[in-house]
Ligand binder design. Structure first.
Ligand code: UD1
Length: 342
C-alpha cells in the first residue's frame, strides 16, 4: 500500500514517514521545500534504510497536482501536513495562509474524488479550542473564533472536510488535533529545523542552550497557574507520528464510527513554561539563560488534552515523557550545531 505524505520533509511529516516505513508502507513525499530541506531525506533513510520516493511539488500549482496524481495511480491514502504554520506571519500575510492551507486542501480533495482515493488524514490543531472553558479538553468542546488566520485555516480545513464527507459517503477521513509537538527522533537523524528565530518554546530553549540565542524570554509569569507561567500539553513528536499510522489503519480497516472523525492527540498532561525550563536543565545537565517578560499577545493560559477518545477508539496513547522529548531535542540541537561548525 502506498501512502502520500504531503509536507513529508517537515518536522511532524518526516517522523511520520519513518513510522509508516517501519510499519511496511511505501511512502511518496510531496514537499515544496518552503520550510524544509532536502537532506531530511538522508536522515529518514539513515533511520529506516529505505529512501522514500520524493517530488518537489508545490500543491498550489493545480496542473502539477493533477499531473502528479495521473502518474501515481497506486496511492491508497493521504496524510496531509503541507501547510504554513507561523501564527504571527499569518496575521500579516493572511492571503498566503488561505492559499497555502485552504487552496491546496481543496485541490487535494478534488483529486481524491477524481481518482477514487478514499482515505485522508488531516493535521489540525488544539488552537481550534482557543481559551477552553474547562480542562482537560475533550473533542466535544466548542470551537472558538480563531485568534489568527493560521488558526482559522485549521477550522475552515475541518469544515471543508466535514462537508466533503457528508457529500461523499465513500470518502473517509480523520482530523488529528495536535497539542504541542516537541522533541526529535532519538537517533538524532531528524528533528525540528526552524527557519530564522524560533517562535515556539522548545526550539528557542535548545538554541539558547547552544548559545545561538542569548536569552530565552518567558512570556508572562502572572497567569493564574501554580507557578504563574502558561501551561501546554507537550507531546513527543515520535508519539504524535505514530498516531497518524494508527489513524490511517482505522480508515483502511473500515473501523470508523462515522466517515469523518476528530481526535485530540496529546499526552493528557499539562506542563508550565517553567517546568519545561527546569526539566530541560535537569535532564541535560545544562543551565539556561532566561528572563521573565510580558505576556505574548494571543497566548492562552492553559491547555491540555483529554485523550480518552483516542485511547478508546484508536488504541493509541503517548508512551514517551517530557523528559524523553527534551533529551532528544537537545541531542538533535547538538548534532545540527556541530554540523554547522564543520
Ligand atoms: C503555537 C500557536 C499554535 C500553533 C503551534 C504550532 C500561538 C498563540 N499558538 O502554540 O496555534 O498550533 O504554535 O506549533 O502562537 N513561550 C515562551 N517563550 C518563547 C516561546 C514560547 O515563554 O520564546 C511560551 C508561550 O507563551 C506558551 C508556551 O511557551 O505559553 C508554548 O509556546 P509555543 O511553543 O509557541 O506554542 P503555542 O503558543 O502553545
Amino acid at each position: 500500500m502506498k501512502v502520500l505524505v504531503t509536507g513529508g520533509l517537515g518536522f511532524i511529516g518526516s517522523h511520520t514517514v519513518v513510522a509508516l516505513q517501519e510499519k511496511g508502507y511505501d511512502v511518496v513525499i510531496i514537499d515544496n521545500l518552503s520550510n524544509s530541506v532536502i537532506s531530511v531525506l538522508d536522515g529518514i533513510t539513515r533511520i529506516t534504510g529505505i529512501r522514500p520516493e520524493f517530488e518537489a511539488i508545490d500543491l498550489r500549482d493545480k496542473p502539477v497536482v493533477i499531473d502528479f496524481f495521473d502518474r501515481h495511480k497506486d496511492i491508497g491514502g493521504i496524510i496531509h501536513f503541507a501547510a504554513s504554520k507561523a501564527v504571527n506571519e499569518s496575521v500579516h500575510k493572511p492571503l498566503l495562509y488561505y492559499e497555502n492551507n485552504i487552496g491546496t486542501l481543496v485541490y487535494l480533495l478534488q483529486q481524491m474524488q477524481e481518482k477514487g482515493i478514499e482515505n485522508f488524514i488531516f493535521s489540525s490543531s488544539c488552537t481550534v479550542y482557543g481559551e477552553p472553558d474547562s480542562l482537560p479538553i475533550t473533542e466535544s468542546a466548542p470551537v472558538k473564533p480563531a485568534f489568527s488566520p493560521y488558526g482559522n485555516t485549521k477550522q475552515i480545513g475541518e469544515e471543508i472536510i466535514r462537508d466533503t464527507s457528508k457529500a461523499y459517503p465513500e470518502f473517509k477521513s480523520i482530523a488529528l488535533r495536535y497539542f504541542n509537538p516537541i522533541g526529535a527522533h532519538p537517533s538524532g537523524h531528524i528533528g525540528e529545523l526552524p527557519l530564522g528565530v524560533p517562535q515556539n518554546l522548545v526550539p528557542f530553549v535548545t538554541q539558547t542552550a547552544a548559545g545561538i540565542r542569548e536569552v530565552l524570554s518567558v512570556f508572562g509569569d502572572d497567569y493564574p497557574t501554580p507557578d504563574g507561567t502558561a501551561i501546554r500539553d507537550y507531546i513527543h513528536v515520535v508519539d504524535l507520528a505514530e498516531s497518524h499510522v494508527v489513524a490511517l489503519e482505522r480508515l483502511f480497516d473500515n473501523k470508523q464510527k462515522s466517515n469523518f472523525e476528530i481526535f485530540n492527540i496529546g499526552t493528557g498532561r499539562g506542563s508550565s513554561v517553567m517546568e519545561i525550563i527546569k526539566t530541560f536543565e535537569k535532564v541535560n545537565g545544562v543551565k539556561l539563560n532566561y528572563k521573565i517578560v510580558g505576556r505574548r499577545e494571543g497566548d492562552v493560559t492553559a491547555v491540555w488534552a483529554d485523550t480518552s477518545l483516542a485511547e478508546k477508539e484508536l488504541g493509541w496513547k503517548a508512551r514517551l515523557t517530557m523528559e524523553d522529548a527534551l533529551r532528544d531535542a537537545w541531542h538533535w540541537q547538538q548534532k545540527i550545531s556541530a554540523k554547522k561548525n564543520v
